[in-house]
Write a protein that binds this ligand. Structure first.
Ligand SMILES: NC(=O)c1ccc[n+]([C@@H]2O[C@H](COP(=O)([O-])OP(=O)(O)OC[C@H]3O[C@@H](n4cnc5c(N)ncnc54)[C@H](O)[C@@H]3O)[C@@H](O)[C@H]2O)c1
Length: 391
């Protein structure tokens, strides 16, 4: 299979992700069919995309002619039969297994035998969706990050039945869209949504133990760690409902491994409707006149918070390599290009010393006697053998 700009790309679901993915494909000269079940949503998608592209003209990053040709390349439709000639279809509808299965079942009756099918699901297994296909070897996961046109990472997730040819075709095509692709095993959270869990979970635990307030934890992660946003600011931005649901789903999917245990604090916020920025209040109060809490800028406290969260993140990244979810290089790329981490976690581990990370984890395990803090076997092995992740 050859990747070619003349191939027609189908995008199903014209919401946040679908609209962004259609923009990427059309910007790379593909004809795009953007389908949604809702006429209203199709019109909204067209309006929002025009506005986003017009801003590029205002900023003098694109000419009016360029944006017109991007828009002309996209056919907005509510007729699924328009997808007949697509070479690749990317599904981005609601995160619901039954809805996705029903859609693919219908879709398979319209498309050619050579059309590659993919899902942008964040939390469903590729295997569970693939059970519906006559030809599951042509189906795989293709996980973009929000906002899709800006975030460089795309996780490619071959399912248990996906053919190598389909995986390679998809990877080459997405690479040609100036994205960084990583191949991840079909396991809960793939790479990013699994490895990032302690950024939120350990920050919440530190807060619940009364070690530091959200403002101080956020300060430590930004000022000492160099992260763009602190965990509490980020949870408020993502929405505590969305973030809690991902944690809960990863926890359940991992057969209740305590490493991924959700937090009561966040659950209570969700129950109370304090969802974050979108509801005006979450961990922070965004309503007019509300005061922004000040952090305690104590270096010793900040180091304690930062080192604990970083060690937990590195331990999780090491586990992704240990369990063959992806290579060390791909795990690092995923966190830098998918969630803007200042450095790859495993490169960071090499830099500060694997034995330092192991000591931090071991001290936590001794202190708490909780399985949550068990040091990863790969980390132990590497310290014993004196090797590095990127040695
Ligand atoms: N929003 C994110 O940050 C993000 C990031 C990565 C992946 N995802 C995943 O991408 C997918 C879409 O998420 P989103 O945030 O764009 O959702 P969204 O709610 O913005 O859009 C979903 C769209 O799907 C349409 N739809 C629903 N059922 C349909 C059907 N049967 N056929 C056709 N269209 C249908 C809806 O009308 C809506 O326009 C989900 O699987 C989600 O988990 C989301």
């Amino acid at each position: 299979m050859k990747t070619d700009r003349t191939e027609i790309i189908g995008v199903i679901g014209a919401g946040t992700m679908g609209t962004g993915i259609a923009q990427i494909a059309a910007s790379h000269n593909h004809s795009v069919i953007l389908y949604d079940i809702s006429e209203t949503q199709i019109n909204q998608s067209k309006d929002s995309l025009s506005k986003i592209l017009m801003r590029q003209v205002e900023k003098k990053r694109m000419s009016e002619q360029e944006i017109n040709s991007i828009l002309e390349r996209i056919k907005f439709t509510t007729n699924l039969a328009d997808c007949t000639d697509c070479k690749l279809i990317i599904e981005a509808i609601v995160e619901d297994l039954t809805a996705k299965k029903e859609l693919f079942q219908k879709l398979e009756t319209y498309i050619s035998d050579t059309c590659v099918l993919s899902s942008n699901t964040s939390s469903l297994s590729i295997a569970s969706i693939s059970s519906v296909f006559d030809s599951p070897e042509r189906f795989l996961g293709m996980h973009f990050f929000n906002p899709a046109p800006l975030m460089k990472l795309v996780e490619i997730i071959p399912g248990i039945s996906t053919s190598n040819e389909v995986t390679q075709f998809t990877r080459q095509l997405i690479d040609s869209w100036d994205k960084t692709t990583v191949i991840a095993k079909d396991t809960p959270g793939f790479i990013v949504n699994r490895v990032a869990r302690p950024f939120y979970g350990e920050a919440l635990r530190i807060y619940e133990e009364g070690i530091a307030e959200p403002a101080t934890i956020d300060w430590a992660m930004k000022e000492i760690g160099g992260f763009r946003m602190g965990p509490f600011e980020l949870m408020d931005l993502i929405g505590n409902d969305v973030n809690y649901k991902v944690t809960e789903s990863v926890f359940k999917e991992f057969y209740y491994d305590p490493r991924f245990k959700p937090s009561f604090t966040q659950k209570r916020l969700v129950e109370a409707g304090r969802l974050g920025k979108k509801s005006g209040i979450g961990f922070y109060d965004y309503r007019e006149g509300a005061e922004t809490p000040k952090p305690i800028t104590d270096k010793e406290l900040g180091d304690k918070v930062f080192n604990r969260i970083l060690a937990m993140l590195i331990n999780e990244a090491a586990d992704a390599v240990f369990m063959n979810i992806a290579t060390a290089k791909e795990v690092d790329q995923a966190m830098v290009y998918g969630v803007n981490y200042p450095k790859g976690l495993l490169a960071w581990a090499d830099e500060i010393g694997l034995s330092y990370v192991l000591d931090t984890m071991s001290a936590l395990q001794v202190e708490y006697r909780e399985d949550r803090y068990r040091p990863n076997p790969l980390l132990k092995r590497m310290v014993r053998n004196g090797v590095l992740f990127h040695g």
